[in-house]
Design a binder for this molecule. Structure first.
Ligand code: HEM
Length: 410
């Protein structure tokens, strides 16, 4: 049983969940505290309005809970690259090297990285193109479909299960339970969700055990087999499963949301959709970068100060957190002209921070960029008449930002 399951089954969990919620409501509605406002329905709908207010208060501001937050692209980037800051492992969910600092972080990240290198990736292009093609074939038979469930969600699942070497027969189950856990990355919102999480956590654990046993017996040319070969020497006992788990779910709730958020932005800005469909090959990579800047799926991450330090004229104490608002960094007027304007042919002076920065810079980004570019290009080529055809629904959660439904007609 995982640490999370034990914790979530206690009555204390229910009490702390509801106490935390009540606290957030108080801070948001009575104290008008921006970090809490981001967690309200209105804040989730339009976090960018909250970021604008936060920006007026300075580049680094103290939160009601005694930590710091920043909306500045420059400060986010500096904190994420600064070795005086680090991460700590989540108590409820072991996210492998995402929750580790050097040297353990470096050791494990180095083992995963070759799977996403420019040498390995071209092998995935054909798979991605054929998956995107098949999904669009299926979607176009009805003329109407949901961009999220019919297109965006199945794509990263198919790609990552192939990369990890999950047998086709099991990929449906991995996808189902991985999605439940991925959906909880933003925090557990209800007891029902906690129960579903615990059940999927246990199922996923059993599936992993079976798969690791298979690959110990019959190694194949995939990432899991390579990690198993490194066990003992570079992968310590207990490190394999969290690492494979991280690789499985990291691409689930991110790539899907870039496609959803990006297609929504394109269809809400018909001149931009028109530009893309006129020149999909040249503009698809740019549309992807603009979607990542304009409405990124990971709105925030945070770093803990490992020592007392000074930042932007403030004293930061060891143990205090700095929340780096990546979604706000993408709208920073010091970096982007007309930051609230969605324009796919931008020439900006700096890269967005949607993939973070520094030591934890997304290890899967070359794969994600390739998937997203192919998805946007083929969508524009094959469905030039795409239009929104029903109510758009957003997923709950404020750290991970994405759509639940985006009904369209082709
Ligand atoms: C557009 C899609 C994606 C976005 C926006 C995204 C975003 C991010 C961000 C923001 C982080 C760093 C979090 C932090 O600094 O605390 C991260 C880390 C990571 N991502 Fe991604 N990601 C995407 C796709 C993927 C894919 C497809 C994979 C793998 C299959 C992946 C694997 C990882 C891993 C393993 C880490 C941890 C890196 C480390 O700690 O060194 N990501 N991602």
């Amino acid at each position: 049983m995982s640490a999370f399951s034990k914790f979530s089954q206690t009555a204390g969990f229910a009490a702390s969940l509801y106490a935390q919620r009540a606290g957030t409501q108080y801070l948001a509605h009575v104290r008008r505290e921006p970090m809490a406002m981001l967690m309200t329905r209105k804040g989730r709908e339009d976090p960018y309005a909250v970021y604008r207010r936060m920006r007026e208060r300075g580049t680094l501001t103290l939160t009601a809970r005694g930590n710091w937050s920043t909306t500045s692209h420059r400060v986010c980037n500096a904190v994420l690259r600064d070795r005086r800051f680090g991460v700590v492992q989540d108590e409820q969910l072991d996210l492998s090297f995402l929750g580790m600092n050097a040297p353990d972080h470096t050791r494990l990240r180095r083992l995963a990285q070759p799977a996403f290198s420019p040498k390995t990736l071209p092998a995935f292009r054909t798979r991605i193109e054929s998956t995107v093609g098949e999904l669009l074939d299926r979607a176009s038979t009805d003329g109407r479909f949901d961009v999220v469930s019919g297109f965006a969600a199945p794509l990263p699942i198919s790609v990552i299960t192939e990369l990890l070497g999950i047998p086709d027969a099991d990929s449906g189950e991995f996808a189902e339970h991985g999605a439940v856990i991925g959906g909880a990355l933003d925090g557990i919102q209800s007891l029902r969700q906690a129960a579903r999480f615990a059940a999927s956590d246990a199922k996923l654990h059993a599936l992993f055990e079976k798969l690791f046993e298979l690959r110990r017996r019959e190694p194949a040319d995939d990432l899991i087999s390579r990690l198993i070969a490194a066990e003992g020497d570079q992968v310590k006992p207990g490190e394999l499963e969290p690492m494979v788990f991280l690789l499985l779910i990291a691409g689930f709730e991110t790539t899907v949301n870039v496609i959803g958020n990006g297609v929504l932005a394109l269809l809400n800005n018909p001149d931009q959709w028109e530009a893309l469909r006129a020149d999909p090959e040249r503009l698809a990579p740019k549309a992807v970068e603009e979607a990542l800047r304009y409405d990124p799926p990971v709105q925030a991450t945070s770093r803990i100060a490992l020592e007392d330090l000074e930042l932007e004229g403030h004293q930061i104490k060891r143990g205090q957190w700095v929340v780096t608002l990546l979604g706000a960094a993408g709208r920073d007027p010091e970096v982007y002209d007309h930051p609230d304007h969605f324009a796919i042919d931008r020439q900006d002076p700096a890269d967005h921070l949607a993939f973070s920065s520094g030591a934890h810079y997304c290890v899967g980004q070359p794969l994600a960029r390739m998937e997203l570019t192919i998805a946007m290009q083929l969508l524009a080529e094959r469905m030039p008449q795409l239009k929104i055809a029903g109510p758009v629904h957003r997923k709950p959660g404020s750290t991970i930002r994405g759509l639940r439904h985006l009904p369209v007609s082709a």
